[in-house]
Design a protein around this ligand. Sequence first.
Ligand code: AMP
Ligand code: MG
Length: 488
Amino acid sequence: MTVAASPVPLDDWFVRDLGGLYQPWQAAPAPSPELVAFNDDLAAELGLDAAALRAPEGVAVLTGTAVPTGATPVAMAYAGHQFGNYSPRLGDGRALLLGEITDTAGRRRDLHLKGSGRTPFARGGDGLATLGPMLREYVVGEAMHALGVPTTRALSVATTGERVMRERPLPGAVLARVASSHLRVGTFQYAAATGDADLLARLTGHAIARHHPQAAEAERPALALLEAVVEAQAALVAQWMDVGFVHGVMNTDNMTISGETIDYGPCAFLDAYDPATVYSSIDHGGRYAYGNQPQVAQWNLARFAESLLSRIEDDPEAAIPAATEVVSSFAPRFARHRSAGLHAKLGLVGEHRELAEELITLMAEQKPDHTRFFRGLSSAARGDASPVLDLVVDRDALDAWLGRWRAVLDDQDRPAAESADAMDRVNPVYIPRNHHVEAALDAAVAGDPAPFHRLVDVVSRPFEERPGLEEYAQGDPSATGYVTYCGT
Ligand code: AMP
Ligand code: MG
C-alpha cells in the first residue's frame, strides 16, 4: 500500500550507494496499529508534521503498513561478533530502514522501524517486538539525549494489535527510530567478508562522506576514518561511564560508525557504583560489565580496523602497523575524555587527575549510589557534605578526600558556589532508575501508559530538580540483582 500525500519525505542515499548491503522488503501489516508514544520534540527537529503522523495515515507509516511515496524500505545486512563469537550474517531480522530525512538543521537522519516483521535476515526469529522493550528503548534513549550523550532516538512506539508470544503473550509493537545512520562496525565486517572490494570501497566512501568528511582529505582516508571512529567511540564510552550507563550488549553489530549509542536492549544505569555491575540476563561472564566497557569498545574497534585493512593499503598485511597504532590510541583518548568528564563532575578547572582517581577508587570500595553521590557533591561544595557522607559506610575516608577536594575548589579562580552550579549542570538528579523503568513498562503493557509518559518527562529534564519528583531521584530501595532480559 502507498499513501498519496506522504507525511514523511524520504531520501534513499544508502540504497542508491550501497547495493549489496540490503534487501528491499516490506513490513508485515499491523492489524490495528495504535500509537502509545510519540516524540513531538523529535518530530519538530525533523521538520515533520506531528498532527499528520498521529493521524491513521501517519501511524500506518510509523508501523510500516504504508510506505511513503518514493521510499524503498530495506532490511540492512551486517555481520557481527556477539559475545566474542563471529556471525557472518546477522542483519535486520525484524527491522527496516525506511529512508533518510533531512532535519531542520540540515542533518541527514535515518528513519528505521523495529518490530516490523520477519525479513530475509530473520533466521529463527519471529521478526516481532513487544511493547515493553520498545518503550525501554524510547525512554532510555530520551534520557541519554537529555544527558547530552550521542544516541539514536525514538520517534514513536505503536502497538500493532497483535499478540506476540514470549514467556507469555505480549502486545506486539513497532518502534520508529531515528539515527544519524545505521552503519555499524558489523556493516564493515559484512562488506569485508564478501570479498567484494568495490562494495567495501563504496561503504567506506559512504561512511566518510556521511559521518567523518574530513577523512576524505587525508592521505589514507580509510585510516583517517578508523581514527575518527576510534575518537568518536572513545568520547561516547567516556560519557557512558560519566552517567553510569551500562549498555549490556556491546556486540560489534551494536556499535555505530557515527558514535551514537544504539540498541537499548538489556541496558541499565548503575545504582551503587560498582565496576563489576552487569544487568543482562545473558551476560554470564560479565563481558559487558560497566567497568569493562572501554576495553570492549577497543576490542570492537580492532574488529573494525581488520575490516578496513584492504582499504588502508593494497596489501592488507602492510596496513597492520598503522591500523594497530590507531586502535591503540583508543585507551589514551578514552582516558582523556573520561578525565575531562570527571573534572567537570567534580567542578575542577585545572588538572587534578590524582584527586579524581582517588575518588573513583574510594567509590569502588564504598559503593555509594552513583547518581546521588555526584549530585550530592555540589551540596558539599556549598558547605553541606551530609548528602554524600550519608551514602558511604566509611565516612572518615570520604571526609578526608572531601577536605583535599575542598582545598582545590577554594583555590580555583572560580568561587566554590559557581563550581557547584557548574556541577549541577553535568551531574543529573534524574536518570531512568531501573525500578521506575520496570514499573512504567509493566503498567504500559497492562494498558496504562501514564507512568511511562511521566517517566519520559522526568528524565527529559535531568539536571533541574523539580518539586514533587523526589521519588525519581532515589535509588531502588530493594536494588539487589536487577536483571534486564534481552529486549526481544
Ligand atoms: P540485537 O541483539 O537486538 O542487537 O539483535 C541481534 C540480531 O538478532 C539482529 O540481527 C536482529 O535483527 C536479530 N533479531 C533479534 N530479535 C529478533 C526477532 N524477534 N526476529 C528476528 N530477528 C531478530
Ligand atoms: Mg542490534
